[in-house]
Design a protein around this ligand. Structure first.
Ligand SMILES: CC(C)(COP(=O)(O)OP(=O)(O)OC[C@H]1O[C@@H](n2cnc3c(N)ncnc32)[C@H](O)[C@@H]1OP(=O)(O)O)[C@@H](O)C(=O)NCCC(=O)NCCS
Length: 172
């Protein structure tokens, strides 16, 4: 049998509970991240938004994604060799993306990613994290110390999606 060459982790398969590692994004992760994003939006956030809203949200321009992923720190959660989730952080303290594969929901993947982003923010002297949390993600962020500052909405391809501006001060 030919040994598999080292390569990017694929998107997560069904339900394994392997140990989790968090590592920086590499360009070869792009397809796996897009797969996690599309599945998280369709299967997890799909419970909180209409089909038309989900169809507008669940789109990924590969060129734009490739550029954005490399324009800011992005971390990838890997479980059992597969991508279970990812998060990023802009220099302003804006946590733009946090998505977990439906097969890995509720196992602390987002918490581990947020902890990594928070540590990086503190190391950079960022004094406050903020995000525009979906209806789906709001309870997660509340559990992790964020507070709603204002209800908000975003216009995506002609659909209006409600979300919440949420912030967490990074004391000390
Ligand atoms: C929001 C999301 C990232 C959470 O990922 P996750 O890996 O399942 O979260 P965790 O397992 O780390 O959960 C951490 C805590 O939040 C709580 N939590 C997570 N989702 C919750 C929900 N929908 N309702 C209530 N509590 C929730 C968990 O119970 C857990 O609490 P505890 O550890 O203190 O008991 C994930 O559900 C997701 O990808 N959602 C769809 C995409 C999305 O909306 N992304 C955000 C865009 S702004």
């Amino acid at each position: 049998m030919t040994a598999m060459p080292p390569g990017p982790a694929a998107a997560a398969g069904a339900g394994a509970a392997e140990p989790l590692t968090i590592r920086p994004y590499v360009a070869a992760d792009l397809e796996a991240l897009i797969d996690v994003f599309l599945r998280a939006v369709r299967e997890t956030a799909g419970k909180d938004y209409t089909p038309a809203q989900i169809a507008a949200w669940a789109q990924a321009d590969r060129g734009l994604w490739a550029a954005r992923r490399l324009s800011r720190p992005t971390w990838v959660a890997v479980a059992g060799g597969a991508v279970a989730g990812f998060a990023d952080l802009e220099a302003s303290g804006h946590l733009d993306m946090l998505y977990v594969h439906p097969a890995h929901q509720g196992r602390g993947v987002a918490s581990a990613l947020l902890a990594r982003a928070e540590a990086a923010a503190r190391a950079q002297g960022i004094r406050r994290l903020f995000t525009y949390a979906s209806l789906t993600a709001r309870p997660f962020f509340e559990r992790r110390g964020f507070k709603v500052v204002a209800p908000n909405a975003v216009e995506v391809r002609g659909e209006r999606l409600a979300n919440f501006r949420m912030e967490k001060p990074l004391g000390g």
